[in-house]
Design a protein around this ligand. Structure first.
Ligand SMILES: [Zn+2]
Length: 381
C-alpha cells in the first residue's frame, strides 16, 4: 500500500467551498481526517486540488472503444481517460444488434465487477430514426420493454443508464421498467414534443442525454424536449463542453436555467479521445476525425467527441467563466450522486476514495490520484 501523504498548500475545492492553503490527507486508498506520523508531505502551493472527475457518458479513448472493443481495449481506454482526470467512468455502448449488445454487456459487467468501470450505459438501439446522430439506422428499434429487460439482465446488475426516445411505442413502459430495476432512464436521441417529454419525466426519467444534441430545438410554439428537461427539477442535464457540440451561449443558458446542481459534464468521447485524428469506427459505422472533430464518413453527422474531462474543466473555467465550485459540481459531485456513488466519490471528504486531480494555476492538469496512487504524479519544480 502507498505511504500516507499530506497534500499541502493548494487551493482545495471542498463541498463547503474553496479553502486556500488547504490540506488533503491520504491514508491508503482513502481520504483521512488526521495524518499518520510517517506521512510524506507534498507541497502543492500554486495549484488546485479538486475531486476526481466522474464521466457518465463515454464511448472510449486512447484508440480503444468501449462500444465494441475487447476487455483489454476497454481497459486501455479507461486508462487514457484516467490520465486526463476521469477516475470514475461509465462505459457507453452504442446501437448494435441486440444479441451483440447483450454479449458485450456481459463482458463490460465483468470489468464493472472488478471495479475498472462503474457500470454500463446503453445508448440505443431504442432511439428515434429522426434523431439518430451517429447510430446505425438499420439497427434502431422501438423500445420494447422485454428487449430493454434483456439488456438490463445481460449487464448483471451493472446497467446504470439507458438512453431512450421515450415518445416511441413502448417508451413510457420502458422508462418504468428501467426505474424499477434501478437503472437511470435518460431522454435522448428523441423527437418528442414538450408534452411527451413531460410524460417521460413523470414516468421516471431523470437524465437528459447530451441536452440540445440529437433533439428538436426550442420553438416558441413548440417548446420541445429541451424546455421540458431544463425546467424540471428532477432532471440532470448532460452537456458536452468541447466547443463543438454546443455554442458557449447554449451552455450558459442550460447552466443558468438548470443551476449548477443539475448539470453533468460528459465527454461522449469516442476512440480518438486522447489519441489523435484518423479513421475510426463507432459501433458498426466508420468515423473520420479531423482537427479533433469526429464525423460519420456517411452523411457527416457529429459522431461523439474527442473530449477529455480535463479539457472540459479548463474550458468551463477559462472560456465559459463558470465558478470553479460550479464546475466541480458538474464534473464530479452531481454525476457521482446520480450514480448513487456519492458515499465513495465525487467530493473530497474523509472516508471517501482518495480520487483527485491537481491543476496548475492555468487549470491545466498536472496530477491525478486514484485510490491513493498517483496515476499522473505531479512534476513539481
Ligand atoms: Zn454517446
Amino acid at each position: 500500500m502507498a505511504p500516507s501523504k499530506v497534500l499541502a498548500g493548494a487551493r482545495v475545492v471542498l463541498p463547503t467551498g474553496t479553502v486556500d492553503d488547504g490540506r488533503v490527507i491520504v491514508d491508503g486508498t482513502r481520504i483521512a481526517d488526521t495524518a499518520p506520523p510517517q506521512a510524506e508531505t507534498v507541497d502543492l502551493s500554486g495549484h488546485w486540488v479538486v475531486p476526481g472527475f466522474v464521466d457518465i457518458h463515454n464511448h472510449g479513448g486512447g484508440g480503444a472503444s468501449f462500444a465494441g472493443g475487447t476487455a483489454e481495449q476497454v481497459l486501455a481506454g479507461v486508462e487514457t481517460h484516467r490520465r486526463h482526470g476521469t477516475t470514475t467512468v461509465v462505459a457507453s455502448a452504442v446501437t448494435g444488434d441486440l444479441d451483440f449488445l447483450a454479449r458485450h454487456a456481459g463482458m463490460l459487467a465483468e470489468l464493472a465487477q472488478q471495479g475498472d468501470i462503474v457500470g454500463i450505459h446503453f445508448e440505443g438501439p431504442f432511439i428515434s430514426p429522426c434523431r439518430k446522430g451517429a447510430h446505425d439506422e438499420q439497427l434502431l428499434r422501438d423500445p420494447d420493454p422485454s428487449e430493454v429487460r434483456k439488456l438490463v439482465d445481460a449487464a448483471h446488475g451493472h446497467a446504470k443508464m439507458m438512453t431512450l426516445a421515450t415518445e416511441l411505442p413502448g417508451g413510457l413502459d420502458s422508462v418504468r421498467l428501467l426505474v424499477e430495476h434501478g437503472v437511470i432512464a435518460a431522454v435522448g436521441h428523441t423527437d418528442a414534443t414538450y408534452e411527451q417529454t413531460v410524460q417521460a419525466i413523470d414516468a421516471g426519467a431523470t437524465v437528459a442525454t447530451h441536452l440540445f444534441n440529437a433533439m428538436p430545438p426550442v420553438g416558441h410554439r413548440a417548446p420541445g424536449p429541451i424546455t421540458a428537461l431544463l425546467e424540471d427539477e428532477r432532471i440532470t442535464v448532460e452537456l458536452i463542453n468541447d466547443g463543438t457540440h454546443l455554442h458557449p451561449a447554449a451552455l450558459q443558458l442550460a447552466f443558468h436555467h438548470a443551476g449548477a446542481g443539475r448539470v453533468a459534464f460528459i465527454t461522449d468521447a469516442m476512440d480518438a479521445a486522447g489519441f489523435g485524428d484518423g479513421r475510426y469506427r463507432l459501433g458498426p459505422l466508420d468515423v473520420e476525425v479531423t482537427d479533433g472533430v469526429a464525423r460519420l464518413v456517411e452523411g457527416g453527422s457529429i459522431a461523439g467527441s474527442t473530449l477529455t474531462l480535463d479539457r472540459a474543466f479548463k474550458r468551463a473555467v477559462t472560456i465559459d467563466r463558470l465558478p470553479v465550485e460550479d464546475v466541480v459540481a458538474a464534473i464530479s459531485a452531481n454525476p457521482a450522486r446520480l450514480l448513487g456513488l456519492d458515499d465513495r466519490v465525487g467530493s473530497l471528504e474523509p472516508g471517501k476514495d482518495a480520487d483527485l486531480v491537481v491543476l496548475d494555476d492555468a487549470f491545466d492538469l498536472v496530477g491525478v490520484m486514484r485510490r491513493g496512487e498517483w496515476v499522473v504524479a505531479p512534476q513539481l519544480g
